[in-house]
Design a protein around this ligand. Structure first.
Ligand SMILES: NC(=O)c1ccc[n+]([C@@H]2O[C@H](COP(=O)([O-])OP(=O)(O)OC[C@H]3O[C@@H](n4cnc5c(N)ncnc54)[C@H](O)[C@@H]3O)[C@@H](O)[C@H]2O)c1
Ligand SMILES: [Fe+2]
Length: 383
């Protein structure tokens, strides 16, 4: 038996931030990305709370890829604040930090039976964290990144307001946009995929095909940016239901070990993972039937307008299109061009990263079951 639901209520479209004035709360803790505070973007939140005379405090000790230490700091702040509602505003890092903080606090004796409401407001169009039951945590001691997964982590509400993503610079638009694409593709070919997640992933891919490059090329293209916010959220709901795959399992390790931004790591891996999962080689031509997930890649390619001569050439066209997007958005195609570590350091880390990628919960639903050797080879090819 399967089921599908969306616990998070989504507010979107013009003036959706006005929802904040309707919150029934006596004290709010705003968990904010430091950029949101420094840039004044946060005023769009606080001015609405002021108007509604709702008391609030701000916690902005948030870093990219939240760590156990930062979450612990946030937990004491949250308990001291006596807030009944958390507003998380920022990219995936701020939202994941707030989700983890609420999860820890909810398990304390003094919070038994208390429901702390969480409202997630994304300022990047990337992770879909506003609608997922995941919170990705970095463990600085072990140098690993792992997802916490529980339904109780899901935000109660999400607010998608394009006003908050207008300041995202091109490089972050590229990283986060390619994260959305990876979510949609991995959810679509996941072992857990079904008609519900498929519908969401297809719509997301269709939007990305039309609007990601536009968002990258023109910061002021508000229409394209609001479409990408929806694509991000749709892909989030899709992978929350169907889970992800090896691409994310491997990207998490690159983030934890070498601090490669999450979306950039996914983008570099995506062409290699599509090729690995499709397993198309010189013998493929003789195949009459391709596995289901290969046909799904073909469907996505068609949605992107890449229909080609046959299955093999269509998969190649999909891989080339992903590489085209990476190049057009000035993103690196391999680790060596990023100068994040020496070749020796990178190759020494491969066996451990491969093991951690295999153990990562995202990898379990990859359509092709990888061996440690397979994963090591992909990391080697990524150099
Ligand atoms: N919970 C999930 O379901 C899920 C899914 C995928 C990824 N993640 C995690 O989310 C994190 C990545 O999130 P992200 O890609 O959104 O990046 P991020 O939150 O780390 O932010 C990246 C950078 O963008 C800046 N930024 C954010 N909003 C901005 C804006 N409006 N204008 C200008 N700059 C802005 C931030 O200050 C930061 O420097 C990773 O830790 C990743 O593992 C979580
Ligand atoms: Fe992701």
């Amino acid at each position: 038996m399967k089921s599908f639901d969306i616990k998070t209520k989504i507010y979107f479209g013009e003036s959706s931030l006005d929802r904040l004035e309707q919150l029934d709360s006596s004290k709010i803790l705003i968990v904010a990305d430091p950029f949101v505070v420094k840039s004044g973007l946060g005023n769009q939140i606080t001015s609405r709370l002021d108007r509604a005379s709702i008391d609030y405090e701000v916690f902005s000790d948030v870093i990219p890829d939240p760590t156990i230490e930062k979450i612990t700091l946030g937990v004491s702040f949250l308990v001291k604040s006596k807030a009944d509602t958390i507003i998380a505003v920022g990219g995936g890092s701020a939202i994941d930090q707030a989700k983890a903080m609420r999860e820890v606090v909810s398990q304390m004796d003094e919070y038994k039976g208390v429901h702390l409401r969480l409202v997630a407001i994304p300022t990047t169009s990337g992770t879909g964290s506003e609608v997922t039951a995941f919170s990705v945590i970095s463990d600085t001691e072990s140098g690993q990144k792992f997802p916490l997964v529980a339904d109780s982590i899901l935000p109660d509400e999400a607010i998608l307001d394009v006003e908050l993503v207008k300041t995202v610079p091109p490089a972050i638009t590229a990283d986060t946009g390619m994260d959305v694409l990876t979510h949609a593709i991995e959810a679509y070919v996941s072992k857990n995929n079904d008609e519900f997640s498929a519908a969401l992933a297809e719509k997301s891919v269709e939007i990305i095909g039309s609007f990601l490059l536009r968002s990258y090329l023109d910061n002021n293209d508000t229409h394209a940016r609001s479409k990408m916010m929806c694509a991000s959220c749709l892909a989030g709901i899709a992978f929350n239901h169907a889970n992800l795959g090896l691409n994310h399992g491997m990207a998490h390790q690159l983030g934890a070990k070498f601090h490669i931004p999450h979306g950039r790591a996914n983008a570099m891996l995506l062409p290699l993972i599509i090729q690995y999962n499709s397993d198309i080689n010189k013998h493929s031509r003789s195949k009459k039937e391709y596995p289901n997930h290969v046909r799904k890649y073909v469907t996505l390619a068609r949605l992107l307008g890449l229909q080609n001569f046959n299955t093999i050439t269509t998969i190649r066209a999909l891989v080339s299109w992903v590489e085209f997007m990476v190049k057009e958005m000035d993103m690196p195609l391999n680790v060596s061009s990023m100068n994040v570590c020496s070749q020796e350091e990178y190759f020494a880390a491969i066996p451990e990263m491969a093991e951690a990628a295999l153990a990562d919960s995202c990898t379990a639903t990859n359509p092709r079951t990888p061996t440690k050797e397979d994963v090591m080879k992909i990391y080697i090819d990524l150099w």
